[in-house]
Ligand binder design. Structure first.
Ligand SMILES: *Cc1c(COP(=O)(O)O)cnc(C)c1O
Length: 358
């Protein structure tokens, strides 16, 4: 079944003019969440909601990829509330991405307040999944969450140009599992996701062209995920298709590629490093070659808001496949998965204060 894009009724739209951000919450037409669940993907009501009057179609974002976005989730809790995971990090990164595109950045506190309010308003209308104890059976890998997507769009224009008066629009929708459970085989892509001096370090739309193509090629060849190597040496692992990469070495060390301008600083990546240290594991952020992973890793996994912690069962390069123990019940990867989801869904104590009440 094709994914039905069902944007929640309340959206927030703000725009920068003369360094002043002015915005409003807009309540779009809707029926009850139950009635809407029965609508088709192309239904008029849902189509109208994917539209904000006054925002131009021809702009530097739609024409030239000069846009950026964030993605974060509010997690349903047993007591019926929702909690956002480290939302201030997303707000900070949105400002970094906008500056990286030489747009005036949206103030972090304005975006943060918007994110809380948009989730609250939609929940009041019944748009938010309810906690389901059945999710616990497979470590919440099939759980539904509220996905919040703020994104920047430029002013109208067709000449190639920077954006001086961008909009930032914030929408929500329900999402469930991104990767299917079980076997997750990866293949090394021949493509280059990001180059030194490029935009790999910000969450710009433009970066997704190459990773979407690589992922599609991986799926064509029967793999679930694409892995990118660096373009300078062609040896070091950088990222998955839109997620950060981790290896667990045979001696138990947890390694992830060091941040530089071709790697996106994932919030899940940062959180997993904190959890690893909490669990007394040795961690390293450094160059990590594919060869080392083939020779010396017992497990590997990818991380991201969408991917969560996704253990990889194997990596293939030029027909040579290396299998990993990442999917075994007692794997280190599964420990991270349980820790992270446990904190997000309120089953484990949130000792770092990552969860924010909506
Ligand atoms: C968003 C993203 C990630 C994951 O970041 P999180 O903050 O963990 O969601 C990783 N890599 C790329 C390229 C991304 O765009």
């Amino acid at each position: 079944m094709p994914f039905k894009l069902s944007i929640y009724p309340w959206v927030h739209c703000c725009r920068c003019n003369d360094n002043q951000w002015k915005g409003e919450f807009i309540e779009h037409e809707h029926c009850s969440p139950e009635e809407e669940a029965r609508l088709g993907a192309e239904d008029d009501l849902l189509t109208r909601r994917n539209h904000i009057p006054g925002v131009p179609m021809v702009n530097f974002t739609s024409q030239y990829g000069l846009g950026c976005f964030e993605g974060l989730k509010a997690y349903p809790q047993k007591d019926g509330t929702l909690k956002l995971f480290r939302p201030e990090r997303n707000c900070a990164r949105m400002a970094v991405s906008m500056r990286g595109l030489r747009m005036p950045p949206i103030p972090e506190d304005l975006l943060l307040e918007t994110i809380f309010e948009i989730v609250r308003r939609n929940k009041v209308l019944g748009f938010a999944p309810e906690y389901d104890a059945a999710w616990e059976k497979d470590i919440w890998q099939n759980a539904a969450t509220v996905y919040v997507r703020p994104f920047a769009i430029s002013e109208p224009g067709i000449g190639v140009n920077l954006s001086v008066t961008p909009w930032v629009i914030t929408i929500c929708t329900t999402v469930s599992a991104y990767f299917r459970l079980g076997e997750n085989n990866a293949v090394v892509s021949k493509r280059i996701r990001a180059t030194p001096g490029g935009t790999g370090w910000i969450k710009t739309a433009a970066n997704y062209v190459t990773s979407t193509l690589a992922k599609a090629e991986a799926l064509d060849e029967g793999y679930m995920e694409a892995i990118f190597l660096d373009c300078t040496t062609g040896k070091n692992i950088e990222e998955g298709s839109s997620c950060n990469f981790f290896a667990v070495l045979k001696d138990g060390t947890v390694v992830t590629p060091e941040l530089h301008d071709t790697i996106l600083p994932g919030i899940t990546r940062d959180s997993v490093m904190v959890l690893a240290r909490d669990m007394g594991m040795k961690t390293q952020e450094r160059d990590l070659s594919l060869e080392e992973v083939f020779d010396d890793a017992s497990e590997c996994f990818v991380t991201g808001t969408a991917a969560g912690v996704t253990p990889l069962s194997s990596i293939t390069r030029e027909g040579k496949t290396k299998r990993f123990a990442s999917l075994e019940a007692d794997s280190v990867s599964n420990r991270f998965l349980k820790q992270l989801k446990g904190i997000q869904f309120g089953a484990l104590s949130d000792k770092h204060g990552w969860m924010r009440d909506v």
